[in-house]
Design a protein around this ligand. Structure first.
Ligand code: F6P
Length: 342
């Protein structure tokens, strides 16, 4: 029997509740564990805000979007936080292990806290799918499905009006959502953070299909930087980790494309729609498997480790390995897509 704290931190994504449910059910049924939920990410740990997590509280939540625990982008190492403060919270609540469900920023903080002696097991979470130590993270598949459905809709209205349509999707450092949703919707250009493209090239990719009587479709990731730009488009200040809030590159490109090509152009930013709502079946399964594995990792005292997917298998990798490097779209995968551009 272990008393385990769970938190979800950083941007939410579909599948978080399925992880929580799987942890709690496996822990209670197999190991007779007790669970405490920290509310709103690391803020809950720093301030000692908790909710009870028993069998009843996780009933029927695997298909629910969001997180029943709430989340935030609070940095646990920032003002008022730190290892000692967190140790004190855990001691006062009798918590012997922490399961931390989060993305790059969350896991980086988890690694530092784990190095300071706090017993932590990580679970990777990101719609951007940009954590290098796991082949896939839950939330990504759902985001791609949502983006694909939305872009299919943009195409039909574009066709009626003979317009060029731009769909902006999430993807801060990595263009996986753009690559998948763009390929799935036969985009004429896919613009991702990893690859520069000039405005001239983009306009050529738009003009080709228009001449053939098609509706040009451009799928752009929020983090895309054109050859003429020096940094990603951002006009909404910084987030809690001092990262620029992205969004709006599609709107920026639309008038340029329209002016250069003479083709009427509209842009739609899908934004947080990609992170909301029910997880896809495949994300529910992945999230559940990761949750089960995380509890087992706690019982093996695999501190400083994260559960991850390697092919069809769930494995453990060190947090160190997880946070060292981002998983960006490799050149070969982008090349596959470019054969179909224009
Ligand atoms: O990190 C995942 C992500 O979805 C990014 O693609 C995006 O830039 C960011 O989160 C948006 O976060 P917020 O919810 O704070 O606006």
């Amino acid at each position: 029997m272990v008393r385990i704290g769970i938190l979800t931190s950083g941007g939410d994504c579909p599948g978080l509740n399925a992880v929580i449910r799987a942890c709690v059910l496996r822990g209670i049924r197999i190991h007779r564990d007790e669970f405490v939920g920290f509310t709103d990410g690391w803020r809950g740990v720093v301030e000692g805000n908790t909710i009870n997590l028993d069998w009843m509280s996780v009933r029927g939540i695997a298909n629910l979007g969001g997180t029943i625990l709430g989340t935030s982008r609070t940095n646990p190492l920032g003002e008022g936080g730190g290892g000692e403060r967190i140790q004190a919270t855990l001691r006062s609540l009798g918590i012997e292990a922490l399961i931390v469900i989060g993305g790059e920023g969350t896991l980086a903080a988890a690694k530092i806290l784990s190095d300071s002696g706090i017993p932590i097991v990580g679970v990777p979470k990101t719609v951007d799918n940009d954590l290098s130590a796991t082949d896939f993270s839950f939330g990504f598949n759902t985001a791609v499905e949502i983006a694909t459905e939305a872009i299919d809709r943009l195409k039909t209205t574009g066709q009626s009006h003979h317009r060029c349509m731009i769909a902006e999707v999430m993807g801060r450092h990595a263009g996986w959502i753009a690559l998948y949703a763009g390929m799935a919707t036969s985009a004429h250009a896919i613009l991702i953070p990893e690859q520069k493209a000039s405005l001239e090239e983009i306009c050529e990719w738009v003009e080709g299909p228009f001449r053939r009587g098609r509706t040009p479709l451009v799928v752009v990731a929020e983090g895309f930087v054109s050859a003429e730009m020096t940094e990603p488009h951002s006009e909404r200040g910084l987030d809690a980790f001092n990262r620029p809030r992205l969004g709006g590159i599609g709107e920026r490109l639309a008038p340029i494309i329209e002016e250069r090509t003479g083709i009427e152009t509209r842009s739609t930013t899908l934004g947080h729609i990609q992170r909301g709502g029910a997880p896809s079946a495949s994300d529910r399964v992945l999230a559940t498997r990761l949750g089960l594995a995380a509890v087992d990792a706690v019982h093996d005292q695999s501190w400083g480790q994260m559960v991850a997917t390697h092919g069809d298998k769930i494995v453990r990798v060190s947090l160190e390995e997880s946070v060292g490097r981002l998983k960006t779209v490799p050149q070969s995968r982008y090349d596959e897509a470019t054969y179909l551009f224009g």
